[in-house]
Design a protein around this ligand. Structure first.
Ligand SMILES: Cc1cc2nc3c(=O)[nH]c(=O)nc-3n(C[C@H](O)[C@H](O)[C@H](O)COP(=O)(O)O)c2cc1C
Length: 257
């Protein structure tokens, strides 16, 4: 993702491949310099304020020694559980990698076999898309504490078992505990359940969670955007998740009459 910022009246473009791998171009007289030159002439600092990672440039151009925030990123917990539709989780990770979101990934045990079955790949391969990866049984991880600040959490796809665990505060693995933390700290929690048909238990659990402010985003692609291939259906659901996260995207064509 490329973001722009004005530093001392001059436009700086920062390309963020991942949150901690930044290159930049500087365009003083509408002549784009080669990427990397900024690195040699200035210092890039990474810091954190609460749940926000901040990238700052210092010692910029024309003798100016100012410091300017040029990019910020948010911490987001992404959990993939053993419901059908692990492709939604994979696609979300692919999209987030291109953004400034700092991903904290947890994959459940059951998801491992669904990943093998539905994607023909391994959990390890999928985990390469995230900078921070946690073992689902590691209840001593930082994510298990409310003192570790995040923007929130998304469970995609979310099995009925994990949904039930979150609804009832049964936090016996890191996914359930991190969601419990999101609830108690009143942070954003998005669940993408996948099951059909739904039992009264499933529906009650969803209502319980929705009434606490949890976003229930069923993996239900629409058809008004005229999908032509499976990827269009996947991108619709992932795009709706990005909408809830407040992130700009062009994963599907919005309805306009
Ligand atoms: C191929 C496969 C597909 C599954 N699909 C679903 C599903 O769509 N929804 C669901 O709630 N459970 C589904 N399950 C069952 C869950 O994997 C199971 O309930 C598991 O305990 C969930 O654990 P987790 O929430 O810790 O990942 C599926 C299991 C397999 C093997």
């Amino acid at each position: 993702m490329i973001s722009s910022s004005f530093v001392n009246g001059k436009m700086i473009k920062i390309k963020t491949a991942t949150n901690f791998d930044t290159s930049a171009t500087y365009n003083p007289n509408n002549e784009t310099e080669k990427r990397g030159s900024l690195r040699e002439r200035s210092k890039i600092y990474y810091s954190r304020r609460g749940n926000i990672s901040i990238i700052e440039l210092q010692g910029l151009f024309d003798g100016s020694s100012g410091t300017k925030i040029v990019a910020m990123s948010l911490r987001l917990i992404v959990a993939i559980t053993g419901a059908s539709g692990v492709i939604y989780g994979k696609r979300l990770l692919e999209v987030l990698v291109e953004s400034k979101v700092e991903i904290y990934l947890i994959v459940s045990k059951a998801a491992e076999s669904v990943i093998r079955h539905e994607l023909g790949t391994t959990k390890k391969q999928l985990e390469k898309l995230a900078k921070h990866v946690y073992d689902v049984n590691d209840l001593s991880a930082s994510l298990a504490s409310g003192s570790f600040k995040t923007e929130g959490m998304i469970v995609i796809p979310c099995s009925m078992k994990t949904l039930a665990g979150i609804a009832h505060g049964y936090s016996d693995n890191l996914i359930l505990r991190a969601a419990d933390v999101a609830l108690k700290e009143k942070r954003k929690l998005i669940l993408v359940p996948r099951e059909t048909p739904l039992s009264v238990v499933h529906l009650r659990n969803m209502l319980n969670l929705a009434s606490q402010g949890v976003h229930i985003l069923p993996a239900m692609p629409a058809f008004y955007h005229k999908p032509e291939k499976m990827e269009d259906l996947i991108d619709f659901v992932v795009g709706k998740a990005l909408d809830l996260l407040g992130m700009e995207h062009e994963l599907f064509k919005r309805w306009s009459s």
